[in-house]
Design a binder for this molecule. Structure first.
Ligand code: URA
Length: 235
């Protein structure tokens, strides 16, 4: 048991197990094998297709090669009547536009809607700790969501909202060209992989996304981990 693993557990707020009467606390932390990253079942065949949009009256503009233009398009988006009526502002995404890692969440929550930045609430603090624990300070990655607007009362995104908004995420991916993508939570994972498989079946494997066949890793949403700390160890 090395000090780095202990630092990792501490960063995630995971209690370390120490047998009673043992002075050797460090040696006492149980060995847990990291989830195996296996070859993707999707790798052998064609690249994972981008989800097919469900019928919508909104037609996205062709992708842009300019971050500023994309940001303005998102800020002015009116594709989803309810969301653009109820949002405070859109939440484009944040981070280093030369980042190798792209972290993708579900949708802004109340705090994100207020501040205009993804993952700034309690779940965001845990996400920052998780990233730092693997050597990635928040500023070194790019963070975005499937939806750029907050669904009222934090309800799940509707399929039409996802299909309206996915072109923005696809454009972000095309501009960033990440070396690896990390999807947190069921909604992000299922929509990126165009599957309804449960998160338990999607995490712990290496998937690939899109025409660039970008490696895609799935893990638990930090908000879920705040509710279920016993699963932090698996994440
Ligand atoms: N949850 C998400 O999925 N995204 C955020 O930006 C905040 C909370």
């Amino acid at each position: 048991m090395g000090p780095s693993r202990n630092a990792y557990l501490d960063a995630l707020g995971i209690d370390r197990w120490v047998p009673r009467n043992s002075p050797a606390e460090v040696a006492a932390v149980p060995e847990v094998a990291p989830p195996s990253v296996s070859a993707s079942p999707t790798r052998a065949g064609a690249p994972v297709p981008v989800p097919t949009p469900s019928p919508s009256t909104w037609t996205p503009l062709p992708p842009t090669g300019d971050w500023g233009v994309l940001r303005e398009r998102v800020a002015g988006c009116t594709a989803c009547a309810e969301l653009c009526r109820t949002r405070t502002q859109t939440v484009f995404g944040v981070g280093n536009t030369r980042a190798e890692w792209l972290v993708i969440g579900e949708a802004p929550g109340a705090e994100e809607d207020r501040q205009g930045e993804p993952f700034v609430g309690r779940a965001g603090q845990l996400l920052n700790a998780m990233l730092l624990a693997i050597g990635l300070p928040r500023e070194t990655v790019f963070i975005a969501n499937v939806l750029k607007c907050r669904p009222p009362a934090n309800r799940d995104p509707k399929p039409a909202e996802v299909s309206n908004c996915l072109p923005y995420l696809s454009n972000q991916i095309a501009l960033l060209k990440p070396k690896i993508m990390l999807a947190v939570g069921r909604i992000a994972a299922q929509n990126l992989l165009a599957t309804d498989a449960p998160l338990a079946r999607l995490r712990g494997k290496l998937h690939h996304f899109g025409e660039a066949n970008t490696p895609l890793v799935i893990t638990y949403h930090p908000a879920y981990l705040l509710r279920t700390p016993s699963d932090k160890r698996k994440a």
